[in-house]
Design a protein around this ligand. Structure first.
Ligand code: PMP
Length: 431
């Protein structure tokens, strides 16, 4: 029996379902996997998020990653306020786009050049098109349980809300022809990648991977996995693409590439790069990026790409991340506290659970583990996660409403927040 009043959210959800499929504009927000209705959000500030019934929660979703400095960060808010008075969109070149491009090329080890887009989906889709244009080859390899957005060719054995929907590997509406050039390998299994390169010799344009998988829950690359992908791609002249939509600017200023010291040919960004505005970016080696129009023959465009308000928000957030190492010290220390604390709790409770984490990113799986790939993640007890989620939500701790997602800690969280979350978790596990 939940303690909190949620009448207004419930009423809005009823109405929303009449006009919006499932009442939400993105399936991961539906709360379907945890058997309740979404909490409709009114506002968010710092580490807190507030719903329309007047409940406040410590926010561990952070808009699914973008809000690394915390909600409503004053630097980001101020620049957005200053920028909007000059017009919301010009569809023309601006100085801010040059500032943004220079900034991300300085921060991201693999970027010589970058193109801004409006979402992570566009970023990965466009990176793959550029890789195919550059190599002249057609097939790509992705990993089971990795999610790269909802473009047709990438909805094959994808993660995130697709796993929660019962493991349907493909979406209806994606033709077999679209899916046939997408080959899937097992995460952390280099042999499965090598086999595909053998079977499709000379046909593979690119390997795309989440360098830390976060859409089957957080699954870390085992020692040598990313290095092995680098070597295999070099051997077969395929483009290695890191999808850093979640890891980018979070695990380090230079993302997972910096943390693990493996430099891909291309990378895709989203989320943090826009400071909460709808932004994505893809980029990489100059010779690949110079295949993109209007220099080269790979077409890719966007009416709102490089939007001035979005660029302003992103530049403010990235500049802070580039210049202030205390952000990473803080979120990583809180990550150790939260995930370390959860590990202690599940050990004490002798619960069949596993915690995977790196820095501020982590997942509590309801399976004994180890969780190293899609198959081991799928062993999770979803009812167990749902019960835990509902307990935490009712206690004021806002986590992802599905097992196969990550938790996000921001610069605005405090030790006291983490301690209160751990106390609530301990109550759930009865220790
Ligand atoms: N790649 C990864 C790794 C993601 O986690 C996501 C979204 N969660 C995407 C791509 C797609 O980004 P968007 O939702 O902005 O289209």
């Amino acid at each position: 029996m939940l303690k909190r009043k949620t009448d207004r959210s419930q009423a809005l959800f009823e109405e929303a379902r009449t006009y919006i499929p499932g009442g939400v504009n993105s399936p991961a927000r539906a709360f379907q996997a945890v058997g309740t209705h979404p909490r409709f959000i009114e506002r968010a500030d710092a580490q807190f998020i507030y719903d329309v019934d007047g409940n406040s929660y410590i926010d561990y979703i952070g808009s699914w990653g973008p809000m690394i400095l915390g909600n409503n960060h004053p630097d980001v808010l101020k620049t957005v306020q200053d920028t909007i008075v000059n017009g919301l969109s010009f569809g023309a070149a601006t100085e801010r786009e040059v500032t943004m491009a220079k900034l991300v090329c300085q921060m991201s080890p693999c970027f010589d050049m970058v193109r801004m887009v409006n979402s992570g989906t566009e970023a990965t889709m466009s990176a793959l098109r550029a890789a195919r244009g550059y190599t002249g080859k057609s097939k790509i390899i992705k990993f089971e349980g990795c999610y790269h957005g909802h473009s047709d060719g990438l909805l094959v054995k994808a993660g995130s809300a697709l796993i929660a929907e019962g493991g349907t590997p493909d979406s209806a509406g994606v033709t077999a022809n679209c899916a046939k050039d997408t080959l899937t390998a097992r995460y952390n299994d280099l042999d499965s990648v090598e086999k595909l390169f053998e079977d499709y010799k000379g046909d593979i344009a690119a390997v795309i991977v989440e360098p830390v998988a976060a859409n089957m829950g957080v699954v870390l690359p085992q020692n040598g996995f990313l290095e092995g992908l680098r070597a295999i791609c070099d051997q077969h002249q395929a483009v290695l693409i890191f999808d850093e939509v979640i890891t980018g600017f979070r695990l380090a200023p230079g993302g997972a590439q910096e943390l693990y010291g493996v430099i891909p040919d291309m990378a895709a960004f989203g989320k943090i790069i826009g400071g909460g505005m709808p932004v994505g970016a893809y980029g990489g080696r100059r010779e690949i990026m110079e295949c993109v129009a209007p220099v080269g023959k790979v077409y890719q465009a966007g009416t709102l790409s490089g939007n001035p308000v979005a660029m302003a928000a992103g530049i403010a957030q990235l500049t802070r991340l580039k210049e202030d190492p205390t952000v990473y010290q803080h979120i990583n220390a809180l990550g150790d506290l939260l995930y370390g604390g959860l590990i202690d709790i599940i050990e004490t409770a002798k619960a069949e659970c596993t915690v995977n984490h790196v820095g501020s990113l982590g997942t509590l799986f309801f399976t004994g583990g180890p969780v190293t790939d899609y198959d081991s993640a799928k062993k999770s007890n979803l009812k167990g996660y749902a019960d835990y989620f509902l307990h935490m939500l009712d206690g004021g701790h806002y986590f992802a409403p599905a097992q196969f997602e990550a938790m996000f800690i921001s610069y605005a969280h405090t030790e006291a927040d983490i301690k209160s979350t751990l106390e609530e978790a301990a109550r759930f596990f009865g220790v």
